[in-house]
Design a protein around this ligand. Structure first.
Ligand code: PAF
Length: 281
């Protein structure tokens, strides 16, 4: 496994790489969700590259960048265990040298609502760094988790609008044994809150069960998930969106196999995101 710490070293290393390249961008604090993206990339490409970079541009003024978990040694060990070919550990000064003042801004509803509304500037930061990383790595395929549903939709828009020659793959959410979606934020949950957090997936699964039993009223489905979580969580939103075009779903019948229920529920100050396809084919 080759490790690079500058863009120049990375470019040199990648120039020697042969065949198709799969790319998994991360901010480190790797868990099995990230590793499943790496495995998928390995199945579909000749070589795999992973980036580890805690991107300051995607943190808002009220979000604590310094608290983001940094676990480089453990991350590199995990990637070594999977025999990843190339790992880029980015440095702020190298990726954003003095004078850097460019941003990739995707306009439209996809960046304005839900996470975009609650975290102003977040998607500008994500798009700017991912565009930069795509230029650097020039991958054939890039892998992201459905866990960050809106991020997938935003990046798909960027790839399409700017014509990046990369296939973007969205991969299934990896879950703990009790259903909690894997996330670097889970480590911030206290013991009791960690136990309760499993109820998020239970509530989403219950909504999917109701759909299977014929419930098609989207507003009622969202209301019942909110009710289930209300006592223990501060629910920020529950919505159903089309996983292809991010359109708001009013009727499940018009979005066969594509209606995802997404939510954010906060407990003990930790914002937990999750989503589930309500009407899988
Ligand atoms: O999903 C993430 O970890 C980040 O948003 C990404 C895509 C690596 C960009 O910093």
């Amino acid at each position: 496994m080759k490790i690079y710490r500058t863009q120049a070293a990375l470019a040199q290393g990648l120039a020697e790489s042969r065949g198709s390249l799969g790319f998994v961008p991360t901010m480190g604090a790797l868990h099995d969700g990230h590793l499943s993206l790496v495995r998928r990339a390995q199945e579909e490409n000749d070589a795999v590259a992973v980036s580890i970079f805690v991107n300051p541009l995607q943190f808002g003024a009220r979000e604590d960048l310094s608290k983001y978990p940094r676990t480089e040694e453990a991350d590199l060990e995990k990637l070594e265990g999977l025999s990843v070919d190339h790992v880029f550990v980015g440095e702020v000064g190298d990726l954003y040298p003095e004078g850097f003042c460019t941003a990739v801004v995707i306009q439209g509803e996809v960046t304005q609502v839900l996470e975009g509304e609650r975290r102003p500037g977040h998607f500008d930061g994500v798009c700017t760094v991912v565009a930069k990383l795509f230029h650097l790595f020039q991958p054939d395929r890039a892998y992201f988790g459905w866990k960050d549903f809106q991020q997938v939709c935003v990046l798909r828009r960027m790839v399409q609008d700017l014509g990046f020659p990369v296939e973007l793959h969205a991969c299934p959410i990896e879950r703990e044994a009790d259903g909690l979606a894997m996330s670097s934020r889970n480590r911030f949950l206290s013991g009791a809150d960690r136990g309760l957090a499993a109820r998020i997936h239970e509530a989403l699964s219950q909504a999917r069960k109701s759909v299977r039993h014929g419930q098609a009223d989207v507003a009622r489905l969202c209301a019942s998930v909110k009710e289930r979580l209300a006592g223990d969580f501060e629910v920020e939103y529950v919505e159903v969106r089309d996983e292809l075009d991010f359109g708001r779903v009013e009727s499940l019948d018009s979005h066969p196999g594509r209606a995802r229920m997404l939510l954010v529920a906060k407990i003990g100050g930790v914002r937990l995101l999750d989503n589930l396809l309500l009407n899988p084919r």
